[in-house]
Design a protein around this ligand. Structure first.
Ligand SMILES: Cc1cc2nc3c(=O)[nH]c(=O)nc-3n(C[C@H](O)[C@H](O)[C@H](O)COP(=O)(O)OP(=O)(O)OC[C@H]3O[C@@H](n4cnc5c(N)ncnc54)[C@H](O)[C@@H]3O)c2cc1C
Length: 441
């Protein structure tokens, strides 16, 4: 059965979340607008303002909603999570207040599955409780989309691993209690079988930040996306998470969820831009009437709404595919989920760029100024086109999965839909009938 409605009990939760995000989280975005602010767990803002808000989210049963109940989440499934994340996407602070902030959410899942008891106690519990933050370091200066360029090595030396190499754009490193890094443990096999995940506690000797990198608009030398260097950095043998060589399998599990969550939150951003666009064109006057009287402007509003609705359905459908794959464990369902997640990953930056651009354009100078959030929203489009794998890599995944089921046309010249051939076949199929009816066709 097809049904687009939300059950009443969950709708109440969503309504509560929508009010809470609007009243409590959106004001934080203007009070503390720095990209790093939600990650700073030592500051007074966190203890005085954020902790009490997090308590209210817990009381409502919406804390860390992406996690399974065994990890303190709700286990609500991807579709409900999508509906919640649409709301959280409206505010930069909301994911922190609701305990679903990347990359901590994915790192928690890795630790839960592969950490030792001691690692779980030391890192997973405070991470789940929102008391610490963490870093995930996979990208290298010489290899981002193509892991074939990864060179950061970990070599076994007695009861330790010794790490040498560099990592690039490792988000939140300056504030993180630990890093989970992808390292090459066996350089003699292809990287997909020779890479592993390893846990490095903050301040481990031999791990240093070469420099902090920010996003465009942030002052040079500041920012949380760090360039890291490892020089003879030793960690105990048990810090290797999972089997040696399983790094990519672990990374894919975590990145798949992250890609979908970014898409879910982008819907919230786009809806906000649509609301701003609507109120602007209804209020701003030109040539004796509101901007909304201009047909070209009305069409922009219509196109924006249509685009958001299409994207939202695509995201919800992808979420449903992932939920089904999680439930059935069927490899075909997993493949379909992968197809849909990559499709959504490609669509996410496009819609953010389109929608935010139209909204800021219709606001004129105010739109491009630093007095509205639209330029920053627009900038998040290109950022999401690169982070978690660039668009082209995901287009490749989509094309590869579609082609995997492709059957080449029997007639390589004219294909299976060539009308002369189809007419001939139709005549043959209905020859008897046509004769009876004395129809010439
Ligand atoms: C805000 C932000 C946060 C990030 N946080 C983290 C983090 O916490 N940890 C981490 O490990 N990484 C992080 N990254 C890095 C991110 O994962 C990489 O930037 C991404 O994988 C792309 O790698 P790259 O930057 O080296 O680009 P490249 O791999 O050099 O690609 C550059 C461009 O080349 C083209 N291209 C690449 N491959 C192909 C292909 N197969 N076919 C056609 N064209 C192609 C595309 O146009 C692509 O955009 C973050 C990035 C951003 C922007």
């Amino acid at each position: 059965m097809w049904d687009f409605s939300t059950d009443a009990a969950f709708q109440e939760k969503l309504d509560w979340a929508a009010r809470f995000v609007r009243d409590e989280c959106e004001p934080l975005d203007v009070l503390f607008p720095g990209n790093a602010d939600p990650y700073d767990r030592d500051g007074e803002v966190f203890t005085e303002v954020i902790r009490p808000l997090q308590r209210r989210v817990r009381e409502e049963g919406l804390w860390a909603a992406h996690l399974s109940p065994s990890l303190g989440g709700m286990g609500m499934g991807q579709v409900k999570l999508a509906l919640l994340n649409e709301i959280l996407g409206r505010s930069g602070w909301a994911p922190t207040v609701f305990g679903t902030q990347a990359p901590d959410s994915g790192n928690a899942e890795i630790l839960a599955h592969y950490g030792t008891d001691e690692q779980r106690e030391r890192y997973l519990e405070p991470l789940l409780d929102g008391r610490i933050v963490s870093t995930f370091a996979m990208t290298e200066p010489t290899g981002g989309a193509d892991p074939g360029g990864f060179t950061c090595r970990a070599e076994r030396d007695g009861d330790a691993w010794v790490i040498n190499g560099e990592k690039w754009f490792a988000s939140n490193y300056p504030l993180a209690a630990f890093v989970i890094a992808m390292v090459i443990t066996n350089p003699d096999v292809p990287v997909h079988r020779g890479a592993s995940m390893i846990l490095i506690p903050a301040r481990t000797p031999g791990m240093e930040m070469i420099r902090a990198t920010g996003l465009a608009g942030e002052p040079l030398g500041e920012g949380v996306h760090s360039y890291l260097r490892f020089t003879g950095c030793r960690v105990p043998a048990e810090n290797l998470l999972g089997e040696p060589g399983s790094g990519f399998r672990i990374a894919q599990t975590r990145l798949g969820g992250g890609r979908l969550h970014h898409a879910m939150r982008s819907i919230g951003q786009c809806r906000r831009a649509l609301e701003m666009m609507t109120e602007r064109i209804a209020a701003r006057r030109t040539r004796g009437g509101p901007l909304a009287d201009q047909q070209a402007v009305r069409h922009q509003l219509a196109d924006t709404w249509i685009q958001i609705e299409q994207f939202r359905l695509q995201v919800l459908h992808a979420a449903w595919q992932v939920e089904r794959a999680d439930r059935t464990g069927d490899p075909d369902d997993a493949r379909r989920a992968r197809l849909h997640v990559s499709g959504v990953k490609v669509a996410t930056p496009r819609i953010l760029v389109d929608v935010a651009y139209r909204a800021l354009h219709l606001h004129g100078a105010l739109g491009v100024s630093n007095e509205l959030p639209l330029a920053r929203m627009w900038q998040s489009g290109p950022t999401l086109g690169v982070a978690d794998g660039p668009t082209e890599a995901h287009q490749d995944v989509v094309a590869r999965l579609l082609l995997a089921d492709a059957v080449p046309a029997e007639d390589p010249l004219f294909g299976s839909e060539h009308l002369p051939a189809r007419l001939e076949a139709a005549r043959t199929k209905y020859a008897g009938r046509l004769k009876e009816m004395a129809v010439t066709s």
